[in-house]
Write a protein that binds this ligand. Structure first.
Ligand SMILES: Nc1ncnc2c1ncn2[C@@H]1O[C@H](COP(=O)(O)OP(=O)(O)OP(=O)(O)O)[C@@H](O)[C@H]1O
Ligand code: SF4
Ligand SMILES: [Mg+2]
Length: 329
């Protein structure tokens, strides 16, 4: 078991029905693995397929979407096509997720105590009272004050920061082997963001998991490895420090430029020019071509993700050679 990845996604494709009767591919041939104690950052702009990949790992691709190819192995067991009942056993027990939208993760008509204790009883053979004790301990462990009293409140009665902590507690209450955190701090103010990230980092390193973010700066602080996704495909992967010191894909380089720089008190964002492609855009050419400063004739054909030195891979006909990152202080 020591050599088995906690989570191994191979050549995964996810599609949605198109208006013309065909199918639009949202995630296209993604392979990604997470080992014990490893935090993998999945980064990319809005609409690139990050949440869909996460939901697929939980067996929760929203209908009428579906996994059209590939496998997702959780501790060696392929979960694609598993009966709902088996997937429910794994979800919340073996794999836990902090959802991008807290209200997706926290049923608004149930109290925090009943949400947590029900999850405990689904995965652990304990009494109702014991489950509530475990629930309370989980709330305390994520820094929620007066945890006992919070058991009887509804999600909307908590502040944004506490609600996010409650969702993390729910994701972690059964000590899952794999944790997926989807933009866990985007909706929070900066002070709470830092607290939640510290908390998640500790929990993620104790297990293993994926941190999804569109913020490469956040990923840089927390992740061991990064996978950069564009138009549903991975375009670059590698150890965080190497990838940031010398990005090889023009899109990664663009994301690094887009990290906010602080000029005294004036935050300055440098967005990547142009728009991300619509999912339905043709995939025959390199999807980044309309925004790429380095595009050339060869880019009319999409490059495959190929090994690029130790532990790295890139999907570009002409990977960048020079380091460009000015590290944030
Ligand atoms: N229910 C759906 N039906 C059809 N297309 C969908 C559905 N949900 C998502 N999509 C499309 O799938 C693509 C990927 O969406 P996804 O939510 O994974 O993006 P994301 O990378 O998580 O973006 P964000 O950073 O905004 O959260 C998007 O283009 C989106 O429009
Ligand atoms: S393949 Fe071409 S268009 Fe695509 S990122 Fe590389 S240089 Fe740019
Ligand atoms: Mg998302």
């Amino acid at each position: 078991m020591a050599d088995t990845a906690l989570l191994q996604i191979e050549d995964l494709k996810i599609g949605f029905p198109a208006r013309d009767g065909g199918e639009v591919t949202i995630v296209d041939g993604v392979s990604l693995s997470v080992n014990h104690g490893e935090i993998v950052g999945l980064v990319g702009e809005s609409g690139s397929g990050k949440s869909m990949l996460a939901l697929a790992s939980m067996g929760l691709v929203p209908r009428p979407g579906r996994i059209t190819a590939g496998s997702i192995k959780l501790l060696g067991e392929d979960t694609v096509g598993l009966p709902d009942r088996r997937m429910q056993d794994l979800r919340g027990g073996t794999i836990g997720m902090v959802f991008q939208d807290p209200m997706t993760g926290l049923n608004p008509v149930r109290t925090i105590g009943s949400l947590l204790s029900e999850s405990v009883r689904r995965h652990q053979r304990v009494s109702r009272d014991r489950a509530l004790e475990i629930a309370e301990a989980a709330l305390t462990s994520v820094g929620i004050p007066a945890a006992h009293e919070r058991l009887s409140v509804y999600p909307h009665q908590l502040s944004g920061g506490l609600r996010q902590r409650a969702m993390i507690a729910l994701a972690l209450v059964n000590d899952p082997a794999v944790i997926i955190a989807d933009e866990p701090t985007t909706a929070l103010d900066t002070t709470i963001q830092a607290q939640i990230l510290d908390l998640l980092r500790a929990k993620l390193v104790a297990a293993g998991g994926i941190l999804i973010t569109h913020d490469l700066g956040v990923a840089a602080e927390i992740c061991d490895r990064l996978a950069v996704i564009y138009h549903g495909r991975l375009v670059e992967t590698g150890p965080t420090a190497d990838l940031l010191a010398a990005p090889r894909h023009p899109y990664t380089e663009g994301l690094l430029r887009a990290i906010p720089r602080f000029d005294r008190s004036r935050p300055r964002l440098v967005p990547i020019p142009g728009q991300p492609p619509a999912p339905s855009m043709d995939r025959g050419a390199c999807s980044f071509r309309p925004r790429c400063d380095y595009a050339m004739d060869a880019c009319a054909k999409a490059p495959a993700l190929t090994p690029d030195g130790a532990d790295r891979s890139v999907a570009c006909w002409a990977p960048i050679g020079a380091p460009v990152l000015e590290r944030r202080a």
